[in-house]
Design a binder for this molecule. Sequence first.
Ligand SMILES: Cc1cc2nc3c(=O)[nH]c(=O)nc-3n(C[C@H](O)[C@H](O)[C@H](O)COP(=O)(O)OP(=O)(O)OC[C@H]3O[C@@H](n4cnc5c(N)ncnc54)[C@H](O)[C@@H]3O)c2cc1C
Ligand code: FES
Length: 263
Amino acid sequence: MKEIRKIVEIGRIISNKELSADVNSLLLDCPKIASLAQPGQFVMIKNEMGSTYLRRPFGVADVNQESNSLLLIYRRAGKGTQELARLNAGADISVEGPLGNGFSFKDDGRTLLIGGGVGIAPLIYTARHFAEKMPDYKPVILLGVRNHKELFWSSFIEKYSERLVFTTDDGSYGRKGFAIDAIPDILREYPDIKHIKVCGPTIMMKGIAELAAKEGVECEVSLEKRMACGIGACLGCTFAGKSGRRWKVCTDGPVFDGVEVFG
Ligand SMILES: Cc1cc2nc3c(=O)[nH]c(=O)nc-3n(C[C@H](O)[C@H](O)[C@H](O)COP(=O)(O)OP(=O)(O)OC[C@H]3O[C@@H](n4cnc5c(N)ncnc54)[C@H](O)[C@@H]3O)c2cc1C
Ligand code: FES
């Protein structure tokens, strides 16, 4: 069995800011985990002052190894995240990680990063990593959001992109419709795209993985399942892949080959 090198560290809140009606950014002083985390990995956090018992999983949105900080971007979905949003700078939370296997990196072609909703969060670190490794060959980034009130993502990610495309459900900014609708035009414009990496709602990832398979472009998807332990012990996050193999999202993923998940 693979050894899981996880750390539990107290993260001191540097800032906990509202970015929109239901999304916050949380910047933590968390040096050990910040120094180890790779793009696409996640952490499990626990607010010791809160009332929820289980840790909650969040993708690593970015790290800064000079300032020892770890950035998470979270949607205030339920009790745990609403309680988290009430914490101020200086408060401590328990952070466990970095966990799971993140996105693979290949330099044989351009990468298209696609995010939907709060699934955009782990793509920030991924985009920065790709842009730093291949400065002349930055990723094209496609973000699907509900409306123009979610354009705050651009301030985190635009600088790492060759081109940033937004789709909005209501057409209030960018192209009206879903992210998948924009892909054929992007692939025509950038024939050097060889890899797609996507994080967002399951229905969105399924459609994109199927389209990528048809177009002959390699596709990785980052899955979200309810997680209790995050370290492969409770079996709460398993699913059967198309190969017949059973996978644990927390330790085998959260990033998987799109064909193995969606066929
Ligand atoms: C690998 C991974 C990475 C994630 N990254 C992010 C991220 O970067 N930003 C972000 O906003 N959210 C992320 N999530 C989802 C996030 O974990 C849940 O929104 C959060 O746990 C909700 O906690 P809550 O107490 O506020 O809500 P609850 O009241 O517990 O539930 C509210 C909603 O959140 C879902 N949820 C609750 N607990 C979990 C859980 N343990 N795992 C998955 N879904 C859950 C429920 O299905 C429900 O729809 C990620 C989930 C996983 C598995
Ligand atoms: S969350 Fe417990 S095995 Fe994955």
